[in-house]
Structure formats: structure tokens, C-alpha cells
Design a protein. Structure first.
Length: 222
């Protein structure tokens, strides 16, 4: 498997407390509008199975995979691992360099029938993210700390974790009810976000920007 750069992970949403899935859900990006369950990536599904495309960074001792880009938590059951093969796993139009304009395609404009289509809302990132100097300095300190490097055997870099924070926050992870509450009350609101072994304090502004205020070692067990 070390011959491959990426692998598919098939895994379970084992921490879901909901026993039943709804036919329609409210993706955070749609601000309360509903979509059919199977048109979304909602974790609350009839069969709570997740699919991740992860980078394979290496293999240790012949039985341990070193992965990055995983949207799993510590202890997530992994059912299967399959190699990513572009020839089979990538739509032909993408392989040929002809990825369509998502918004135009979704609005029904004529296009190559082989073109990849997806709704515009699935590609949008509504928030502009800033990492404060304080948060950046704290990440540097945590990276240099033996306690954070060795936390639960995890390894991470300042650059990688900061990129992960920005990507998650840009997609606006707030539940719809919190977004509605803040919109009604006005003003900024602060929330904590946990990524890997770090807990970040973030301030969401009414102008659709978010600032990472601080980053500390997360001491709460998964």
C-alpha cells in the first residue's frame, strides 16, 4: 500500500447519539434551508458510515499507516482501507482537465454531459478567517512543547493545524440555531473549537468574518 499517495477510509460515526435519521436535514451553509439527506454529508444517516480520502504519509513496522487529512476522532472504528486510484476514482472530465463551473451547471446551462456537477452552496466558503498573532504564537509554543507533541501519540505541525483551523472555520461549523441566535441578537459571539489536541477560541463577527483568538492544549478526553 505504500506505493499509493492517498487511500479511502470507510469508517463509523460511532459517537452519534441519534438512533434515527431524518429524510431532510439543514446543512450549516444553507442557513436553515433543507436538503434531502442523501444530497448532503450529514453524519446522521440510516447507516452511520463515513468516507474519507486521506493522504498516506508512510507505513511503520508493516502494520501502521501514517495518515493526514483525516476527519476522524480518536477511537473511530475504521471498517476498510482502499487505495485511491485516479483512473478509477476520478470522473473522466476532471482527469481530462474539464471541471465544470458548478454554479452554471446547477442553474441548468448547457454543458458536456460528462462534466462534474454540484450545487453552488456546496462549493462556497462563507467566512473569511483570520488567525491572531496571539493564537499563532500559542500554536508555536504548543508545537515546541513535549506534552502537546506526545498528546495521545499524535503528531502535528503548526502549519498543518493552522490550515485545518482555517478550512473548518471558513465552512462555518456553527449549528443553524446558533447562527440564527447571533443574527437576532447582533454583535460578535465567541465559541470554542476542538481540533486534534488543540482547543481554539474563535470570535464570529456579524460581517461574516471569524478570528482565532487563542489556542491551548485540549485536556478533555474524547
Amino acid at each position: 500500500i505504500e506505493a499509493y499517495s492517498h487511500v479511502w477510509l470507510l469508517w463509523a460515526f460511532h459517537l452519534n447519539a441519534h438512533s434515527a435519521a431524518r429524510a431532510k436535514v439543514q446543512p450549516p451553509r444553507l442557513r436553515g434551508e433543507r436538503q434531502g439527506l442523501f444530497a448532503t454529508r450529514s453524519p446522521f444517516r440510516p447507516n452511520p458510515i463515513g468516507l474519507t480520502l486521506a493522504r498516506l504519509d508512510g507505513v511503520e513496522n508493516g502494520d501502521t499507516l501514517l495518515l493526514s487529512g483525516c476527519d476522524l476522532v480518536n477511537g473511530t472504528p475504521v471498517y476498510d482501507i482502499k487505495p485511491f486510484i485516479p483512473l478509477y476514482d476520478t470522473p473522466r472530465s476532471v482527469v481530462d482537465g474539464a471541471l465544470c463551473n458548478a454554479a452554471q451547471q446547477w442553474q441548468g446551462n448547457e454543458a458536456d454531459e460528462d462534466a462534474v456537477r454540484f450545487p453552488a452552496w456546496a462549493a462556497e466558503r462563507p467566512l473569511e478567517v483570520h488567525v491572531s498573532d496571539n493564537a499563532a504564537a500559542q500554536l508555536e509554543e504548543l508545537s515546541a512543547s513535549s506534552s502537546s507533541r506526545e498528546a495521545e501519540g499524535r503528531a502535528w505541525s503548526v502549519k498543518g493545524l493552522q490550515e485545518a483551523l482555517v478550512q473548518v472555520l471558513a465552512a462555518d461549523p456553527r449549528p443553524v440555531y446558533r447562527w440564527r441566535r447571533q443574527k437576532k441578537q447582533g454583535g460578535a459571539a465567541e465559541y470554542d473549537l476542538r481540533i486534534d489536541c488543540v482547543r481554539a477560541r474563535c470570535r464570529f463577527e456579524p460581517d461574516e468574518t471569524v478570528t482565532v483568538l487563542s489556542c491551548v492544549l485540549n485536556t478533555v478526553a474524547e
